[in-house]
Design a protein around this ligand. Structure first.
Ligand code: C2E
Ligand code: CA
Ligand code: CA
Length: 395
């Protein structure tokens, strides 16, 4: 996916900075020191506009209105040196207009701030099914997987799970990313489904776990309470896969109780003999088992109690609705209460706002995974995030 950065700012020094940062990130850019109606004709749905909200002729707020009228479908990063309340109200305005306000960037900013905006855009631009054509063309086979991992076209990212009471980072979920040099970013559900169709999901999962455990090893050895979670397709729960995974875990020398395997709920209930073998072996080895996307499938909490799961993840679709819909609120509350009484750990996924966080926290949920704390990130950023988190706790 190719896109372009378009910068609109009356200060030439910032235009130059954005163009330099774009060039350093191998992204094309255009710069304008004032608004001009012809800019609208240049914009495509893929562009990311960096917009200064304080300009002498037409200010950024009016430009947001114009972008909205023109039905602009790209992303907008609001640039400002102004005080936070103006910036926040501008963001609210943008949201109410259905513009995609990706981020707020206050001046002065650094290359890493710029790159954060870019990566937010990369992710949010992608619809869940994006990259379907690309993956069909790529037609990936088993032999390609190690090459893709070695070239960094397929790679792990990690999203922190945080205890909202102490701000302590208790875990990280390993998620996959595919970024192909020619075809661009392919959404995880799309390539994971492709691997499943081609029957290479098990090999992929094993290689990914091996790589992630190896690169996270120092982190995990350093923090014995930090847990790493992996997504396992229910179809992989067979004897061969189980044995190979146990071997990888044992040779990684990472304590099995620092590892959680997340299985999606829809499949988790139809446990075959093979799957029962797998979950029993994993639990016996000391690993944690989690029901992913809880609430979207059919299993009941009592069924969960009979199976050796010790965690459930409340699906993002519930969290999105929690402030709007009392029914959803009650469902989530009941789920947390029951889970607590069954000694199941509950992770709330997809928490984005303070309002959602407060509700979840007051319900007694002790693990939150969502953009409010952090997006999934690569290892180097994770290391920094964990260091900052430790510093924040000590301060
Ligand atoms: P999931 O396991 O439910 O993972 C959580 C998804 O929610 C991730 O999307 C994560 O980036 C996203 N998310 C977390 N917090 C927020 C938030 O506050 N707001 C929003 N909008 N999204 C949030 P991602 O990484 O795109 O993965 C999508 C799905 O693809 C995953 O859902 C999982 O089912 C699958 N997947 C990803 N990586 C792997 C993998 O390595 N193996 C397998 N089997 N499945 C994977
Ligand atoms: Ca998951
Ligand atoms: Ca989920």
């Amino acid at each position: 996916m190719n896109y372009r950065v378009v910068a609109i700012d009356d200060e030439p020094s910032y235009l130059q900075l954005i163009q330099e940062f774009a060039a350093l990130s191998s992204i094309d850019s255009l710069a304008f020191n004032k608004w001009d109606e012809t800019i609208l004709d240049l914009l495509t749905d893929h562009d990311l506009v960096f917009l200064d909200i304080h300009m002498p002729d037409t200010d950024g707020i009016d430009i947001l209105m114009k972008l909205n009228e023109a039905n602009f479908k790209g992303g907008v990063v609001v640039l400002s040196g102004a005080d936070e309340s103006v910036v926040n109200s501008t963001k609210k305005l943008g949201d109410s207009l259905e513009l995609r306000i990706i981020d707020l960037l206050s001046k002065p900013f650094l290359l890493r701030d710029f790159r954060e905006c870019i990566s937010s855009f990369d992710f949010s631009w992608q619809q869940p099914n994006s990259g379907q054509d690309a993956i069909d063309q790529l037609n990936i086979s088993l032999d390609d997987i190690p090459n893709y991992l070695d070239s960094g076209w397929l790679y792990p990212v990690y999203q922190p799970q945080v205890d909202p009471n102490s701000n302590h980072v208790s875990g990280i979920e390993c998620l996959s990313r595919m970024n192909h040099p020619e075809h661009g970013f392919i959404a995880p559900p799309v390539f994971i489904e492709h691997f499943a169709e081609k029957n290479i999901i098990e090999e992929y999962t094993l290689l990914l776990i091996e790589q992630a455990l190896s690169e996270c090893r120092p982190l995990l050895l350093d923090a014995s309470e930090l847990i790493i979670s992996f997504n396992i397709s229910a179809s992989s729960l067979n004897q061969g896969f189980t044995k190979k995974l146990l071997e990888i875990i044992s040779s990684s020398e990472i304590a099995p109780n620092q590892i959680t395997l997340e299985v999606t709920e829809t499949h988790a209930i139809s446990l075959t003999q093979d799957a029962l073998y797998a979950v029993s072996k994993f639990r016996a080895a000391g690993m944690n088992l989690s029901v992913d996307d809880f609430g979207t499938g059919y299993s009941t909490i009592t069924q969960l109690n009979e199976l050796p799961f010790n965690e459930l993840k409340i699906d993002r679709s519930f969290i999105i609705d929690i402030t709007e819909n009392t029914k959803t609120l009650n469902i989530v509350n009941a789920t947390i209460l029951l889970a607590n009484s069954l000694s199941l750990k509950v992770v709330a996924e997809g928490v984005e706002t303070e309002e959602q966080l407060n509700i979840i926290k007051n319900m007694g949920c002790t693990a939150v995974q969502g953009y409010i704390y952090a997006k999934p990130m690569e290892l180097t950023d994770l290391q920094e995030y964990l260091q900052d988190a430790t510093r924040r706790k000590q301060a």
